[in-house]
Design a binder for this molecule. Structure first.
Ligand SMILES: Cc1ncc(COP(=O)(O)O)c(C=O)c1O
Length: 485
């Protein structure tokens, strides 16, 4: 049996762990933490790691746990994957009907002046050479996109950029640059993206939590954050996710500014804008790094750009901070096909495809917001609607019930195992009792999701195949502990 390490670590607990009727061959694989430190091995059981590599048990720090209990989930193409916040409408690239890139352009000058329209495609003949370690042209394209002059009159330049293997690389690189293992700390605001905690653990950095305000659409609590920063100078990084995952709430600019303006604290505020292109136009604060030397803004091509498969993330920062990040990275971290596709994605005609896909996603998001509450047993939306997913409560009764994790787990399981629809259980996150996180799909996917969740909830309330609404089935209990860290 083979388990291929799953690199989509939407969080430590966010692997596609639900098996479907077509995918029962669940196997153990290395934890997200191990994947994060680059150990990608083919194993049947975690214990095999130590048999296969006898010295490894000593090499791995004891605090790097098997944190995700992840199981491999392979899609056979028939399932509806609404669990990893990918772009349901595909890559933001102008493609021919057979999926080939048409009239792409890798020319930076053309990208910069908006005339990119040559017949260049991905240069496979150059693959015998290592890629460019600096990626200046790609960085120039990213700057051109984010120099909107909405938040500053200054321009950012390639000197303000780090590019890496997804924004997950930037999360890790920042910790390695700014935190001394076993001594320094970082601050996160739960509920939030799990990879901050995974990277902290891998780097032996303690995490201090200042929760979002669950009673107030998961707003940031800058006064509380500042209090903690004053009290604990060992905190070197503050990770703020905007729009949040799983909250889908854009963080108010003034709240970020309040932390940036902390009078004595001497650390870095990291703003994770993975989902920023689903929020209001010009919401990105990337260009603000020209004004704030203590701000880093992370972005990715994995979400609105629909390019999760190429693994390209970026961190915008003051030049001295960007330089530090570039100093700690592996020299050839961005593969040349990735860089070429990323550069082309930033050219106007491909950006037009990305924006058209974004509009389609926004329309389907609006449909979910309008239609989900009509399903008996569906409760409130939690958080906001600034992303390509929604967070919604499952209730313990068809009408007037209260949020219930038992029901949410059952819905999650039944959707995956009997309907081939995979969503994400989020009920164990702070302030998210009874919640599922649902990635916005295509129109057809949303049709099917709405139909299936109605059936599944009705079955649960009839007690069909379950131990009852308030009792959780053994299988459900098992899964509940599996999917939640
Ligand atoms: C908030 C957030 N940040 C960063 C990432 C990582 O994205 P990437 O694919 O660029 O590593 C994700 C992925 O789901 C995310 O949800």
């Amino acid at each position: 049996m083979q388990a291929q390490a799953w690199s989509d670590v939407d969080s430590c607990s966010e692997d596609r762990s639900a098996s479907t009727n077509r995918q029962k061959n669940r196997v153990s694989c290395p934890s997200s933490a191990l994947e994060a430190i680059g150990l990608c091995v083919v194993l049947a059981k975690p214990e095999d790691l130590f048999t296969k590599f006898p010295t490894m048990s000593e090499a791995i720090q004891v605090n790097v746990e098997w944190c995700s209990k992840s199981s491999e989930y392979k899609d056979d193409g028939t399932n509806i994957l609404l669990d990893a916040n990918e772009n349901a409408y595909g890559p933001g690239l102008a493609l021919s009907p057979d999926g080939k890139l048409v009239n792409g352009s890798a020319s930076s000058t053309a990208v910069a002046n908006g005339t990119a329209d040559s017949n260049t495609e991905v240069d496979l003949l150059g693959l015998n050479r290592y890629p460019d370690p600096h990626q200046h042209e790609l960085k120039a394209g990213l700057c051109a996109l984010r120099n909107t002059h909405t938040h500053t009159t200054k321009d950012i330049t390639p000197d303000n950029l780090f590019v890496g293997v997804g924004s997950d690389e930037a999360i890790d690189a920042l910790i390695r640059c700014f935190c001394v293992p076993g001594k320094d700390k970082m601050l996160t605001c739960p509920p939030t993206y799990g990879m901050y905690g995974v990277s902290a653990q891998v780097n032996d950095v303690a995490v201090v939590h200042v929760p979002l305000d669950a009673a107030n659409d998961f707003a940031l609590q800058p006064a509380l954050i500042n209090e903690r920063l004053t009290a604990d100078p060992a905190i070197k990084l503050v990770y703020i996710c905007s729009p949040g995952n799983p909250t889908a709430t854009l963080v108010a600019k003034h709240a970020v500014q309040q932390v940036l303006e902390h009078p004595t604290w001497n650390g870095i505020v990291v703003l994770d804008e993975a989902y920023i292109d689903f929020a209001a136009p010009d919401a990105s604060l990337a260009e603000w790094v020209a004004d704030w030397p203590n701000l880093v803004v992370m972005q990715t091509l994995s979400k609105a750009f629909g390019l999760a498969g190429i693994r390209l993330g970026a961190a915008f920062a003051a030049p001295n901070v960007a330089q530090l990040l570039n100093n700690v990275k592996a020299p050839y971290n961005v593969a040349s096909p990735t860089a070429q596709l990323a550069r082309q994605a930033l050219a106007p005609k491909h950006l037009a495809v990305m924006r058209a896909n974004r509009e389609k996603i926004v329309r389907q998001r609006e449909r979910l917001v309008a239609e989900l509450p009509r399903v008996p047993g569906v409760g409130r939306f939690r958080g906001g609607t600034d992303s390509n997913f929604v967070l919604v409560e499952m209730l313990d009764a068809p009408q007037g019930g209260k949020p219930d994790n038992g029901v949410a787990v059952k819905v999650y399981e039944a959707l995956a195992e009997t309907k081939g629809v995979v969503v994400r259980f989020r009920g164990k996150e702070l302030g998210c009792e009874g919640c599922l996180r649902i990635t916005v799909g295509t129109e057809a996917e949303v049709d099917r999701f709405l139909e299936e969740i109605r059936v599944v909830l009705a079955d649960i309330f009839r007690g069909k195949g379950q131990t009852g609404v308030n009792g959780t089935s053994t299988e459900a209990q098992k899964r509940e502990t599996e999917v939640v860290t």
